[in-house]
Design a protein around this ligand. Structure first.
Ligand code: ADP
Ligand code: SF4
Length: 690
């Protein structure tokens, strides 16, 4: 059976109300921090998904009214008619590629701080806003509920005018007023909108009916609903009220888009939920309750799993946010039998972190994500070479692999020289740590793709000297030799290092990844406060009897707040009895311990230990680059190669940055500097009209 036959069920058209979706692939709403402030970038990103075969392509949440202003986050806006042209950019682009366009209308209730509109936020009850700003939402009055229904209805009409086919009512993530009405721990009203489930669900029912009346003649009405809050009897459960809500409104929408709440549960990382498809157990009842099509999510990237979910009647549509970000061409690849070429999501939530930071979306697996408009990048097509250069790439980490793969796809003759006998560098090494095994997918995808290119060759165990590199007579040499963790304590707060380290057993994450055994009491000093410190602690906690985690931050792995993991990281270390010492810097080491200083009071104390693991700073492995540069600068040969430095060897950062750096290099190798700058600094300029 050919692949297209095998997966034919995934490509059946499915009716959604008055419309027909061309297949079962459904890009559910997902944020991207492009939103209303970068409408052209937004349209271009969604267009690529439609081009990649998704039958429905959705926006992120779209604020329906100035009382739902979630500034500074850049989501969509449909406050009034003036928002229509920007949204129409997306619907036109998506329609041109044969997909339906969906819009997730949202009023954020107490999740909207209204920091731009400065209107008092509206909540189901008087309640603190949940965005970390000391301000309260006030209880929406009954007469205002009437106005609220009108706002939602007007927004639906504007969405229709903007060309959207599927219009959402959204009750999920505790982020929308309708969800907040539904949840008993938020809704303490005593009017007909509070109390019993029927009362708490009243507003939702009204919105579903209003929306259908307003736009249901030509548009489909979708209902996004979190069936379970994943906190047992403390919250809404799929076995109790979650199911009752679906039963109550079973036939009201044209489509059920069901997930779990809150966002950190809905977008669980592989570190804390390695199983793809983890949401199925919560939502699989839905199809037995409604005759309407059902879409579900949970990092669904395996075609066999998708097929099984459809065949077993769990869902009609394969919903995806992250798998569609990692590989916008997932549907087309399945249909064309290119299963091996799928870039599987690694569940790292770098994409999510962008929204939380407020920067355009990016993805570890897909370096073109968010760059479709600015740099004109496309995940599956890259310009053919403009010259016949022979290129040597040194180092087969994330940067070198991506660069080699893309250069080969462009048609260049590429040689990849790797010092060790395996590809993957830091990415592969980190994948051996607890919870990070999915990191391997970054390596495996690229190694496979390179193996398909006759014009790319990898040399293993190859430690070329500068002279040997010159002898190869390549036109360009790209150094991607990575970086290593420093063991001298040099870091942001101590440019000269930590004194006294010679009196202790000092290690770095590199030693842990090498499997070095650390008997006795180990202190991890996480000055970096990224993800790795917490991973190392979690990894060692299973074998170490005495482990302390010292950080200048007030929580463990502060950066992971952006990837929605921080609470789980801290919980895990607490449960493993790791001694967490927050708000302290290590200022000295001595025999048998370290001296800590409070970051606020400068008060000092000592902490006994046998071993110290330092995450203070990394040092680029730029030795080969520097030696080669000296040889090239000295001249002596008629033609010397152009030399480039990329990835962690240029500036240590995250894996997402190394992949991006390798990709960029491959595209720019035959571009002149002015052309590169023109693309890189392209931006959307706001219009001066009001
Ligand atoms: P990045 O994240 O920038 O891709 P990595 O540390 O992941 O960097 O990968 C660097 C890779 O380069 C590793 O696989 C390492 O073994 C390899 N490497 C380092 N120095 C050399 C060298 N002199 N010659 C060939 N390969 C090297
Ligand atoms: Fe998946 Fe990570 Fe890409 Fe997000 S950034 S889509 S989690 S690989």
């Amino acid at each position: 059976m050919s692949n297209s036959d095998r997966y034919a069920r995934l490509f059946e058209p499915v009716k959604i109300g008055p419309l027909t979706a061309r297949n079962r692939f459904y890009q559910v709403p997902h944020c991207c921090a492009l939103g209303h402030i970068r409408p052209q970038a937004h349209a271009a990103m969604r267009e690529v998904k439609a081009d990649g075969g998704w039958a429905v392509v959705s926006t992120e949440e779209t604020e329906i009214h100035p009382t739902s202003d979630i500034s500074p986050y850049a989501e969509q806006r449909i406050w009034d008619e003036r928002d229509i042209p920007a949204l129409k950019l997306m619907t036109d682009a998506v329609h041109a590629k044969g997909a339906l366009a969906a819009i997730e209308l949202a009023h954020n209730g107490n999740h909207a701080g209204n920091l731009y509109s400065r209107t008092p936020p509206l909540g189901v009850t008087d309640m603190q806003v949940d965005i970390g700003y000391p301000k309260q939402a006030r209880r929406i009055l009954k007469k205002e509920i009437k106005a609220f229904r009108q706002w939602h209805r007007d927004a639906a009409l504007r969405a229709k005018a903007a060309g959207f086919d599927v219009i959402y009512v959204y009750a999920g993530h505790r982020m929308t007023l309708t969800h907040q009405f539904l949840l008993p721990d938020m809704n303490t009203r005593i009017d007909e909108y509070g109390g019993s489930l029927e009362n708490r669900a009243r507003l939702l029912q009204e919105l579903l009916i209003d929306t259908r009346e307003a736009v249901g003649d030509t548009c489909a009405v979708a209902f996004r609903f979190a069936v379970d809050e994943m906190k047992g009897p403390e919250g809404m459960q799929a076995s109790e009220e979650g199911r009752a809500v679906v039963e109550m409104m079973a036939e009201l929408p044209d489509l059920w888009d069901v997930n779990v709440s809150e966002w950190d549960n809905d977008s669980l990382t592989t570190r804390f939920e390695p199983e793809d498809g983890y949401q199925v157990k919560y939502m699989e009842f839905v199809k037995s309750v409604t005759t309407k099509p059902v879409v579900g999510v949970g990092r669904l990237s395996s075609p066999d799993m998708m097929l099984s979910l459809v065949k077993r009647g769990v869902m009609d549509f394969i919903g995806a946010a992250r798998p569609s970000i990692a590989d916008p061409f997932l549907p087309n690849k399945i249909q064309n039998g290119e299963i091996e070429s799928i870039r599987e999501c690694i569940g790292c939530n770098i994409c999510v972190s962008c929204d939380n930071i407020g920067i355009p979306i990016r993805c570890t697996q897909n370096p073109t994500m968010g760059e479709e408009w600015r740099q004109g990048w496309h995940p599956e097509s890259i310009p053919k070479k403009q010259s016949d250069k022979r290129v040597l790439v040194v180092g087969a980490g994330a940067a070198g692999l991506e660069c080699t793969m893309q250069l080969a796809k462009r048609g260049f003759d590429v040689f990849l020289s790797e010092k060790s006998d395996t590809a993957g560098g830091r990415c592969l090494r980190e994948s051996t740590l607890k919870g990070l095994s999915a990191w391997r997918r970054v390596v495996d995808h690229r190694v496979h793709e390179i193996s398909q290119q006759a014009n790319a060759q990898i040399f293993w165990d190859s430690d070329l000297s500068p002279d040997e590199i010159i002898e190869l007579e390549c036109d360009d040499v790209i150094i991607a030799t990575g970086c290593h963790w420093r063991n001298d304590g040099v870091g942001q707060h101590q440019a000269l290092g930590i004194p006294g380290l010679d009196r202790l057993n000092v290690y770095t994450p590199d030693d842990v990844m090498d499997g070095t055994k650390l008997p006795g009491h180990t202190v991890i000093y996480d000055q970096e406060q990224g993800y790795l410190g917490g991973v190392i602690a979690d990894h060692l906690a299973t074998t170490s009897k005495a482990l302390s985690f010292v950080t200048p931050g007030s929580v463990v792995s502060a950066w992971t707040t952006y990837t929605l993991e921080q609470a789980r990281v801290q919980k895990s270390l607490i449960e493993e009895n790791v001694n967490i010492v927050a708000n302290k810097r290590i200022v000295r080491a001595s025999e048998g311990g370290v001296t800590l200083r409070c970051v606020f009071t400068e008060q000092e104390e000592t902490l006994q230990c046998d071993n110290l693991i330092l995450l203070t700073q990394r040092a680029p492995n730029a030795g080969l680059y520097n030696e080669l540069k000296a040889v090239i600068d000295a001249g002596g040969k008629a033609s010397m190669p152009s030399l480039h430095l990329i990835g962690d060897a240029e500036a240590p950062a995250m894996i997402v940055d190394a992949v991006y750096s390798g990709h960029k290099m491959a595209r720019e190798i035959d571009m002149d500097a002015a052309a590169i700058d023109a693309i890189l600094y392209r931006r959307e300029i706001p219009s001066l009209s009001s």
